[in-house]
Ligand binder design. Structure first.
Ligand code: ADP
Ligand code: MG
Length: 292
């Protein structure tokens, strides 16, 4: 195809807030038959807020202080939300001996003589912690609301849970329905639990769901689609999307992405508006039709 037409289209796309690293991606874009979306920060704003907190055995303030101290070691939107919440409560700061952010699990570390966990169900499983039935009950209720859950353990005891809520981007539903009208399949690939995935899916119009994924599983999913001769585009913003963004024929990153995702993607959406995707595909189709 004539490189000049691709170059013209790519400069037109810039005006619509779409940055294309290499004009060749425009040609691949017009063949796309499935788009896989990350959830947090892609279909949703990615600015989580704490909506429910419950502590056991220790005061709520104290539990939040521990959680916020550990979350200093993480960059996830969950970490941000718990830290801001603790600032609002003006809780005392704890000195953390050492802590480790386990991507897709949460944070684990030591404060004083105690070992703390701030993480999800997967983390509890990996650390052989059983969730007491009364915590499980509370957690299930929140999950059904489509919220993201974080449990806090102090040694072998669950000392609390934090539930977080994220808003859906106004451009998500219109973008999804435009893609469906263009006969492009849409699906979701998220590290979050299936309850939240379903809530967001219902609200934006995505029925095909892959939840509880680790980053390498997002990548596996892309590879499976490619093996099935599907030209798949991946849309994401997180470090955990980077492997999938890089190996998809078309990787689309949000402008407020982590470094890793920005580097891995072939295109960047400057205003993180998902409606730029059907627009780019439509423009790629026009370009390729003109070339032929
Ligand atoms: P996503 O962006 O789709 O939510 P991630 O792989 O970044 O996917 O995270 C998956 C899950 O891992 C989160 O929903 C959360 O349950 C857990 N998690 C990740 N980072 C943290 C953190 N810093 N604190 C608590 N939980 C976390
Ligand atoms: Mg994300």
């Amino acid at each position: 195809a004539a490189p000049i037409s691709l170059a013209i289209t790519s400069s037109r796309l810039v005006k619509h807030g779409v940055i294309v690293k290499d004009a060749a991606v425009i040609e691949r874009l017009h063949h796309v038959d499935e788009i896989m979306f990350d959830k947090t920060g892609t279909l949703t704003e990615g600015k989580l807020s704490v909506s429910f907190v419950h502590s056991f055995f220790v005061a709520k303030q104290k539990m939040i202080a521990y959680a916020a101290a550990l979350e200093q070691y993480a960059q996830h939107p969950i970490a941000q939300a718990i830290r801001s919440y603790s600032e609002e409560l003006a809780v005392e700061a704890h000195a953390v001996e050492h802590a480790e952010h386990r991507l897709g699990y949460g944070v684990i570390g030591t404060i004083g003589r105690h070992r703390f966990i701030v993480g999800n169900d997967r983390m509890l499983m990996a650390e052989h912690k059983l969730l007491p039935p009364y915590v499980q009950l509370l957690a299930e209720q929140r999950k059904q609301q489509g919220e993201t859950l974080v449990y806090i353990y102090m040694d072998d005891r669950c000392i609390g849970l934090v539930s977080l809520h994220d808003r859906i981007k106004s451009s998500s539903a219109p973008a999804i329905s435009a893609l469906q009208r263009m006969n492009i399949a849409v699906s979701m690939a998220t590290g979050d639990h299936v309850g939240t995935a379903n809530r967001v899916g219902r609200q934006v119009g995505i029925a095909s769901m892959h939840a509880d994924l680790l980053p390498q599983q997002k990548l596996e999913l892309v590879k499976q689609k490619l093996a099935g001769k599907k030209v798949v585009a991946m849309v994401g913003d997180g470090w955990n999307d980077a492997p999938a963004l890089a190996s998809a024929p078309v990787g689309i990153a949000m402008s407020n992405s982590t470094e890793a995702a920005l580097h891995a993607g072939h295109m960047t959406l400057l205003y993180s508006q998902l409606t730029s995707i059907p627009l780019s595909i439509a423009m790629s189709k026009l370009t390729v039709a003109n070339i032929k």
